[in-house]
Design a binder for this molecule. Structure first.
Ligand code: AMP
Ligand code: MG
Length: 352
């Protein structure tokens, strides 16, 4: 398959109508969400439910039970408020990567719906969906993606017809690191927004704040990152009596700087002049600001979709499902098994 010959532009994708609505079902981890795009790829509202573990991390089986319990209600609400079922032309779902039991709930809902409505089924790669919804919505063509979410932290760029992971976390995702730190302080999931709020509070109260005495390990290894060391060191600082707000600020400064450093190196190596942010941590204003500054310094541009499209959501799955439907083949039922370990570069880019 020749992937790069006469690639259609983003604009060409936008002007092609699939003739109806594509539904997208997301269930890779803590979120169960159904969203949609119209025939031209304009996203509608996603309706979502989140697992919020009171103690400990996400338990895959419990999360799957949550998704199974909520799926029917979410679908009913979507059909009631957002989508005319007669206009649905295809069902897209996250085929991977993610937690097996959670993925299987979304896949089962998708298969049942596609069969019942007699419309094509389209299995999509969750990580690639973050890129495509960003490209479509922000109008950037060939970005380096800094994908900073709960379970994933990757720096991705398109090279030779595939999205390649140029750097990634070697242990936990940056969002998981923030959530774990928060949990130890009694802050419920998701911890990232509260950490951002506390960090802002510290800066407001201490406009001349310094990182002296608040240093944390900075784990960039070549193009890869690691977050467990920074997590343990931040927990130690709180134990030693440093103010929680100050540690939250330091944690953001160190962890985000590491991500931005790898993203910048990726832009330099891959010769790209656009940066795109995705994943739930991309909701953070400080991370957005750092990306902006770095991009301006490189005479490049930084892009980020609206917050509901940064976190895991059904509309981004529908966005990629529509593109695959336009440029590829639907997924046959016997190929629709979930792929827990699906890699970003396993998905051929049939569209541009
Ligand atoms: P996702 O896995 O992409 O759905 O994103 C969820 C992750 O994003 C969780 O780890 C959250 O703590 C994190 N998150 C959401 N909002 C923010 C924020 N404003 N700052 C930092 N992290 C955030
Ligand atoms: Mg995600």
């Amino acid at each position: 398959m020749v992937l790069e010959a006469s690639p259609p532009s983003c604009d060409a994708n936008r002007s092609r109508d699939v003739g109806g609505i594509v539904l997208g079902i997301e269930s890779t981890a803590h979120t169960f969400s159904i969203g949609w795009v119209d025939g031209l790829g304009v996203p509608g509202k996603s309706i979502s439910a989140f697992v919020r573990p009171v103690k400990g991390g996400i338990h895959p089986r419990e999360a799957a039970d949550h998704h199974a319990e909520r799926a029917g209600g979410i679908l009913a609400q979507l059909l009631d408020e957002e989508v005319d079922i007669n206009q649905v032309k295809a069902i897209a779902f996250s085929q991977g990567p993610g937690l097996g039991p959670c993925l299987r709930i979304g896949a089962s809902v998708a298969r049942s719906l596609a069969t019942k409505l007699d419309v094509p089924l389209v299995g999509v790669n969750h990580c690639v969906a973050h890129i495509e919804v960003g490209r479509e919505r922000c109008g950037c063509d060939d970005p380096v993606l800094l994908y900073a979410s709960g379970g994933n932290t990757q720096v991705i760029a398109r090279l030779d017809g595939r999205y390649r992971v140029l750097g990634e976390t070697l242990d936990i995702g940056i969002g998981n690191m923030l959530d774990k730190f928060a949990r130890e302080q009694g802050i419920p999931f998701p911890g990232g927004p509260k950490i951002e709020q506390l960090a802002n509070q510290w800066l407001e109260d201490n406009p001349e704040a310094s990182l002296e005495g608040l240093e944390l390990p900075y784990a960039v290894q070549g193009m890869d990152l690691a977050f467990s060391g920074i997590l343990n060191a931040a927990l130690n600082l709180v134990e030693k009596g440093k103010p929680l707000e100050a540690v939250c600020w330091s944690l953001q400064e160190h962890a985000f700087a590491a991500c931005v450093e790898v993203a910048e190196r990726a832009m330099a190596h891959a010769g790209k002049s656009e940066l795109l942010l995705g994943g739930g941590v991309a909701c953070n204003e400080r991370l957005r600001g750092m990306c902006d500054t770095m991009s301006k310094d490189r005479y490049s541009t930084s892009h980020v979709p609206i917050k509901p499209l940064c976190v895991d959501n059904g509309s981004m799955i529908a966005t990629l499902g529509r593109l695959q439907l336009l440029w590829g083949e639907p997924t046959q039922l016997n190929d629709s098994g979930v792929r827990q370990d699906l890699r970003t570069d396993e998905t051929p880019i049939l569209w541009n």
